[in-house]
Structure formats: C-alpha cells, structure tokens
Design a protein around this ligand. Structure first.
Ligand code: NAD
Ligand code: MG
Length: 399
C-alpha cells in the first residue's frame, strides 16, 4: 500500500472516462483523493460528483454553468470552490498540490490543460489522444524536459505499454528496434458498420453511429470508431508514445475487442493484453502503475468468448483510416489538420448537417488544400488547427 494519498485532478470528469475514473478512485479511498473536477457545461453531473467526492475545486468551462453549479453547491452546503474558464483548467492541472492528472477532455480543447499538467511535471494519464495527435512533437519534448510521467489510458496503448519492455528509456531514446520489437499490432473492433452494406452507409444516423457494439463511450469517439478515423488517430498516438514509425504499426481488425493490442518481437514472440472491454482496467493500471489495484472489472470468461477473429481493415469502407495513415506519414502539421477537419465534420454529422460518408470527404478536401509545415511551437499547431476548422466549416456551408 502507498504511504501517501495521491491527489488527483480529473479533467473531463462528467464524461465517459471521467465517470469510470471516479468509479476506480472510489474503490481506493486509502490511495486517492480528488483535488479538482472539471466539465464543459453539464453542471448537474459535476454537482453530484462534488457532493460525493468533495474536491477542493470544480471548474466549468462555460460561465453560465459555473454560476449554476456555484448556486447548487452553496445550497447543499458543499465547500468546493467553483472556478471558470481556460486559465482555471490549466491552474487545477498544474497546482503544486496535485500528483496525478487524468486528461479526459475530448478533442483539441484538451490540449492546453493537458500540456499545463505535463509542464508542471505531473503524472499524466492520457485519454485525450487528440492532444498528442495535434502536437506530439512539442508534447513529447515537454514531457522529456519536465520529467512528467505520461501513461496511456487508451485501451490499445495501455495494452501496448503493458506488452513492451519495462525499460522505457531504451525504446524512447533509441527506437523500438533496440528493444527487440519488430512491430506493434494495433487492434480495432471495426465499429458498428463493419458488415453494413456499403450502399447503406450514406443513410446511417448519429444514433446508429454512436451505438458501438463493444464499448460505451462519448459521442465524438463513438463516431470516430464508426469511421475508423479513431484507429488512425491511435496510430499517430502510438508513434508518439512509443517512438514508432507509422510503418511499424499494423492495424488488425478484431471484432470481439478482447485482445486490446499486441507487440511482436524479433524472435517471433507476440505478446498480447486481454480483458473485458471496460476502460476501468487501463484506468486502474495507469493510476497504480507499477503496482496493481482492483478496478471493479469482472474476470474475462474465455470459454464464453469462445473465439477471437482477425482480419485486415477494408480501406474502401473506411477511407478515414487511409487518410490518417497518410497524415501520419506526411507528419508536420498534417495530423493537426486531419484532427481539426474531423472534429468539425463529426460535429456537423451529429447535427445532421452532413451525411456519415461525407466526414471522409471533408477531411480529404481539407488535407489536400492546406500545406503541412514543420511546427516549431504551439502557435504553428494552433494556426493549422484554426485554418483547417475554418476551411472545413466553409466546405460544409457550401454543400
Ligand atoms: P465524453 O464526451 O464522454 O466526455 C468529454 C469530457 O470533456 C466531458 O467531461 C466534457 O464536459 C469535457 N469537455 C468537452 N468539451 C470541452 C471543452 N471545450 N472544454 C473543457 N471541457 C470540455 O468523452 P469520452 O468518451 O470520455 O472521451 C474523452 C477522451 O478520452 C477523448 O479524447 C477520447 O478520444 C478518449 N478516449 C475515450 C475512451 C472511452 O472509452 N470513452 C477510450 C479511449 C480514449
Ligand atoms: Mg482506443
């Protein structure tokens, strides 16, 4: 058992990962206490969480929601201090009293608060893959300079981390080959439309796209899983986390989501991490690493699972995956452009302004019209992000 209680900030507490994180934390009051909880505008969820976990701070991005939360907490006699806005998000991510930050804001909005935690040298549990996709070079430089400990929450990356050698410094400095790794096998469920007739894809609704067969997740990542753009973001994420080249990462479709990813070594050994598809496993793993703690996840029943299937991805069906692989190879600001175009396209699809199959068209057109440059600082990344968003909005408005 650890000697001191770890103080934790949960960025994106009201979301799917945030709720699972608090579920694991609640199982270990002797190890963890909540320092701050944050959300965009769902203040009622945050109010309930504040009453249960009594954090020092609650941060709402939206000012109207912050006032509503403040009133509700005072009415209930809860002393949690309510803060508002971007500076407050960065503040609770970097406060000297914080040991660990769960970075679970969705999308580009998570970049600055996650970077604030990294700059402050925290233990950072990274769910917000978009931050690494946008600004991986800068991000990993700051990790090296600050001495922050970056641990992956994305189930695939957490699995890969568990299958790689413990001596992380070797592959981070000299590449995967130096650790005897031949390749990473990144598994993908294929999402809800793996077998849908191609002619039906233009008709799919946001409700169908968000109904993932194996995982319960936020809307944006659910749509990303349905287009498999999520696997493309994960490929880029894996390259930054494990110092891999895009060619060293092979995407394997595995519809049961029982194997969460694998690592193949030069001697022919393939190591896999298996488990039920429940994010509390990677969350508990990263929270306690290098120790192990209970997560609340049931034992994996291999007899009931009975079979594990594998196939290669169908690029006709999932053009977003190819676009992401191309952006990974182009590098520079291409991944940030891809990510921004996708965020705009997914939001428009969820608002029923564009069709499901048009998400890939938006990304392709934006990527073909904006030149990727080598980003030297955050300003370059933010400029590429803004330019791609504006162009995507403009294309969608013309349709
Ligand atoms: P979600 O939509 O359920 O929750 C998102 C959280 O971010 C909410 O708390 C919301 O209030 C907050 N948020 C949204 N916009 C914000 C803004 N502009 N400013 C501040 N806060 C904002 O999403 P999720 O499924 O929990 O995913 C969170 C992140 O974790 C994503 O990057 C996703 O790709 C990653 N991830 C999720 C899962 C999963 O199983 N849900 C698995 C792997 C990775
Ligand atoms: Mg994943």
């Amino acid at each position: 058992m650890s000697a001191t209680v770890q103080s934790i900030t949960v960025l994106g507490a009201s979301g799917s990962i945030g709720v699972s994180t608090l579920d694991v934390i609640a199982r270990h009051p002797d190890r963890y206490k909540v320092f701050a909880l944050t959300a965009d505008r769902r203040w009622q969820v945050l109010a309930t969480q504040c009453l249960a976990y009594r954090p020092r701070y609650a941060v709402m991005k939206d000012p109207v929601s912050a006032s509503a939360l403040e009133m509700e907490l005072r009415r209930q006699g809860c002393t949690t201090e309510v803060l508002q806005g971007d500076d407050a998000l960065a503040q609770v991510a970097s406060d000297p009293e914080v040991d660990t930050v769960m970075a679970a804001i969705v999308g580009a909005a998570g970049l600055l608060p996650t970077l604030a935690a990294v700059r402050a040298g925290k233990k950072v549990l990274l769910a917000n893959k978009e931050a690494l996709v946008m600004a991986g070079g800068l991000f990993t430089r700051v990790v090296a300079e600050s001495g922050a400990l970056l641990l992956p929450i994305d189930s695939e990356h957490n699995a890969i981390f568990q299958c790689l050698p413990n001596h992380r410094a070797d592959y981070l400095q000299q590449g995967l080959k130096s650790s005897g790794v031949r390749k990473i096998l990144l598994t993908a469920s294929g999402g809800p439309f793996r077998n849908t007739p191609l002619s039906d894809l233009p008709k799919v609704t946001p409700e169908q796209a968000c109904a993932h067969p194996n995982w319960s997740m936020g809307q944006k990542i659910s749509v990303d899983s349905a287009t498999m753009l999520n696997k493309g973001l994960e490929l880029i994420e894996a390259c930054w986390l494990f110092n891999a080249r895009p060619q060293q990462v092979q995407v394997v479709v595995h519809p049961q989501s029982v194997i969460h990813s694998m690592v193949e070594y030069i001697d022919g050994s393939v190591l896999a991490q298996l488990g039920n598809p429940d994010m509390r496993t990677p969350i508990a793993h990263a929270l306690a690493w290098p120790e192990r703690i209970e997560s609340g996840v049931a034992s994996l029943d291999l007899i009931a699972t009975a079979r594990l299937d594998f196939s290669s991805p169908d690029y006709m069906r999932f053009p977003c995956l190819r676009l992401a692989q191309q952006a990974a190879e182009t590098a520079g600001t291409a991944p940030a452009i891809l990510n921004a175009a996708n965020e705009v396209a997914v939001a428009s699809f969820l608002q029923r302004r564009i069709r499901f199959d048009q998400i890939a068209v938006v990304i392709e057109q934006v990527l073909s019209r904006i030149v990727s440059v080598e980003p030297h600082d955050l300003g370059h990344v933010q400029a590429a992000d803004a330019e791609a968003r504006a162009l995507a909005q403009q294309l969608i408005a013309q349709w």
